[in-house]
Write a protein that binds this ligand. Sequence first.
Ligand SMILES: [Zn+2]
Length: 513
Amino acid sequence: MSIFILERGASDYMYDSAQHSSNWKKRRKRRQEKLWEDRVPIWHYVLNALLILLLMGMVLTALLEYIDYVGSLEQLEAKAGQLAFFETAPEIAASAAMAPAVTVAAASGSDKEAKTDIAEAFAVMENSAYTALGEIPLIVIDAGHGGEDSGCLWNGVMEKEVNLAIAKLVKEKLTGLGYRVVMTREDDSYVTLADRVRIANESGADLYISIHQNAYEDVRAEGIEVWYNEDKSEGDDKRLALLLGQQTVKATGAKEREFQSDSRMYGVINTTMPACLIETGFLSNKAEREKLVTAQYQEQIAQGITQGVSYYFEPKTMYLTFDDGPFRENTLQVLSVLRERNIKGTFFLVGEYVEKNPDIARQIVEEGHTIGIHCYRHDYHELYAGVDSYLADFEKARQIIFEVTGVETRMFRFPGGSINDFNRETRDQIIQDMTERGYIYYDWNASLEDAVNNPKPEQLIANALDTAMGRKKVILLAHDVVKTTGNCLDELLDYFPEYRMLPLTEEVEPIQF
Ligand SMILES: [Zn+2]
């Protein structure tokens, strides 16, 4: 069809040129002259070109801005998603509370206002607990054995299957809390020990947890056993082991067995991050084996492991406080336990003992602990006889403590606490006067109750556990003058792996009766 038209066009043209060749030449000349007259000036072309370029630039800029905007939306949504994950972790519920606002900002269209919202939301997030957490922790969960290696086998129950079932539940729970999880195996496959370690080390994991089942020739053996390597990191392996033991026992009611430190455990020793191996029960024990194969008991164990991991990354806070010192032998023992564990505490000093043991008072400060004023002479009757006698004693203590340590502290603790049997008449006025002078008093919400005659170590530990009641913030009262307190302090601290120990400072909101 098109060929036909073209052919006809060509023949028409030939016809025209034959008939009117001279006219055509004239017309052409005229047309050329006219064209010359009508010619658009060159600057016009340049201007047009510039305009086109400008237009293209504007379109391109708009496009790039749009891409950038969509990108920021995606980023924001991802961050909001991460925050939402954390909502289930009570420790950082405060930061998660922002998530809805952020999500709303991300969802609310493309106008300038929404963009401002997003910028603001980002600013808030940068200053939030979320960023304080840094990278989201990565945990390697290792289901022991697998494939041709069934682990221990009792009455048809294969260890590898129980291990995998629990490991999968732990993964699900940790992921639900917002943690990243890598599994060394997710099915019934055989993975060498070297490969398990390689997976952990190459993933840059923060924790490695290997899940196993126990067996013993004495079929009465039962309970949960956690293995770790004591020499590996500055106490983090042990803290992880203590947490997993503590929380799984709490979740299951199983018997807690001795914690085992053994450098022969291949995975535990060769991984570069804090690691431990948990034997969640004995397949050789009939009663425990029957529980271990149930979904309900596996769920309880997984819950315990997950809670342990949560506390590892988001511990509660405890302030260890020691009153009535410094005493030579006992205070030095307390200091040595704290030094060994790299823990800083707070000492409420008695002026007359600071006078007697100035070197120990100075050592307390030098080793990074904080100090507060207790009194000069620990005599309830004299102290609380009147406002004046209290203030005079306090001033004497303040002066000697400052002279010896160079520390001008505003923290103090009333002998016997702010409410006691001796200050009924005088306490209100004393508290008012002390507060006006700018001093802050710290009572406590947990106590070793070690200010009794011949306390037993296990009783002191039980008292501490009973009175701390698992609170999120604990100020624990102890006395460094009591010999038993120094003796059992190391063991006592093993009972509180879910706490991070911090020294009191004037910025810490006090606990007051
Ligand atoms: Zn005291």
